[in-house]
Design a protein around this ligand. Structure first.
Ligand code: MN
Length: 433
């Protein structure tokens, strides 16, 4: 489905700037909320305009019959994703038809609409998949160059392996959290430059990382790498990812084995998984790769990336307005998702349905497109002034970080919504003497 059918229209009123057009149909897990009157059971839905369409209801009513189903009256999407690409395609086509103005099963049935359509404002979104594994890559050349320039050597910013492979590390699946969750400022070991030994302290350099993550859609077997030209078939969809980072904890701990505690307190994702089918019309090439990658990473499809506009907003506690601190695009990423997945499995590592794989911080070439405060404020040497006059080099208690993303072409928009997280003060500890 790589072309856009401009004639496809929903019977629902959908704003032209809505992320959730009939061309999108991202999957999420929701429950009705708050007053306790509704159904608090978690189940699957798709976002359409301001609404959520309850897929469990469609299955019960016999309007969404997938092979070996049902799949949607459960608290994660793993079983549906694991059922395979044929079912993904069938579900997408069926849901698109039911929401269109050319089919009357839902369009003309007010009773069914009242059971199956909810306002997004009235539901709670949950983590869409059970996440067996979380991996984070480091695939933006601009980001890696900026960090290398600040902390190592401007004339030798990239380490020699960087242009040969998508560098990454295995993170913690257990700390993947959904948008709207609060983030407690982490505490740990910091090592002031002038001191011989570290101190225990709340993180003083708390940062966001603007990333996306892809959701693995198909297992491989242990010992059997995924070929790069098949890799896209192993990817179900994408979410936005704020890969919260404690820069000062990271600086002291990361040698020689890489990030550990600095990255395992919150990896926050947007609740709607935008499918690769929905993103297909926005395919675009990655930047030129020089040197040419080794054969196992050499992808035939040159349109191996996606044109996705990304932004970050910062909203201090009690501020009236958020300030946009970054605008960038996914297409700047040097390594493709297919190359990342192939490299991840090349030694025989098994990946599983629901695994999330972070892109790495996505920075563009100019300061207004840098994807972390570390880069935007250039290691605290150029603090950012926010709309209310406050300045920031890193994230402070009470601040909310909001990331958004969307693709747009020929008047058609496919968006991610947002990932939003607020920072709470560090816990107080009493370790005695
Ligand atoms: Mn990261």
């Amino acid at each position: 489905m790589s072309t856009i059918d401009n004639n496809l229209t929903s019977f629902l009123d959908i704003a032209s700037d809505s992320d959730f057009s009939i061309h999108n149909l991202p999957y999420g897990i929701f429950s009705e909320t708050k007053d306790g009157a509704g159904n608090n059971k978690r189940r699957a839905g798709v976002a359409i305009g301001e609404h959520v369409l309850d897929l469990a209801v469609l299955e019960t009513e016999g309007l969404l019959n997938l092979d070996n189903g049902p799949y949607f009256n459960q608290p994660t999407l793993n079983a549906f994703i694991d059922s395979g690409r044929d079912n993904w395609t069938k579900a997408r086509k069926t849901i698109q038809t039911l929401l269109s103005n050319t089919n009357n099963s839902l369009c003309d049935n007010k009773d069914l609409q009242s059971k199956a359509l909810f306002k997004q404002a009235d539901v709670t979104m949950h983590l869409p998949v059970q996440v067996p594994g979380f991996t984070d890559f480091y695939s933006s050349k601009e980001h890696a160059t900026n960090v290398g320039t600040m902390f190592r050597d401007p004339s030798n910013a990239l380490l020699p392996n960087w242009t040969e492979m998508p560098v990454g590390y295995n993170g913690r699946a257990s700390t993947v959290i959904v948008s709207g969750s609060d983030v407690i400022r982490p505490s740990g070991q910091l090592k002031p430059n002038a001191d011989d030994r570290p101190i225990f302290s709340p993180c003083k350099r708390l940062d966001f990382e603007l990333e996306t993550a892809f959701v693995v859609g198909k297992n491989n077997n242990i010992g059997q790498p995924i070929a790069v030209d098949n890799a896209i078939d192993h990817i179900f969809g994408m979410v936005l990812l704020n890969d919260w980072s404690a820069r000062d904890i990271q600086k002291w701990e990361y040698v020689p084995l890489g990030p550990f505690n600095a990255k395992t307190f919150a990896s926050e994702v947007s609740p709607w998984i935008v499918t690769m089918d929905a993103l297909a019309p926005f395919k675009t090439p990655c930047p030129t790769q020089e040197p040419k990658p080794l054969a196992y990473l050499n992808q035939k499809d040159s349109k191996n990336s996606y044109d996705i506009n990304l932004s970050v907003e910062l909203l201090p506690e009690n501020a009236d307005n958020a300030t946009v601190v970054c605008e960038t695009n996914f297409k700047y990423m040097y390594w493709s998702m297919a190359q990342q997945l192939t490299h991840h499995t090349i030694t025989g590592c098994k990946v599983e349905v629901g695994d999330m794989m972070g892109s790495g911080t996505i920075s563009g070439s100019t300061p207004d497109s840098y994807g972390s405060m570390l880069e935007i404020a250039w290691n605290a040497t150029k603090p950012v002034t926010l709309k209310g006059g406050e300045t920031r080099s890193f994230i402070e208690d009470g601040d909310t970080v909001i990331m958004k993303g969307y693709s747009e072409k020929d008047g058609i928009r496919v968006g991610f919504g947002e990932v939003r997280g607020k920072v709470l003060p560090a816990l107080s500890f009493d370790f005695g003497e």
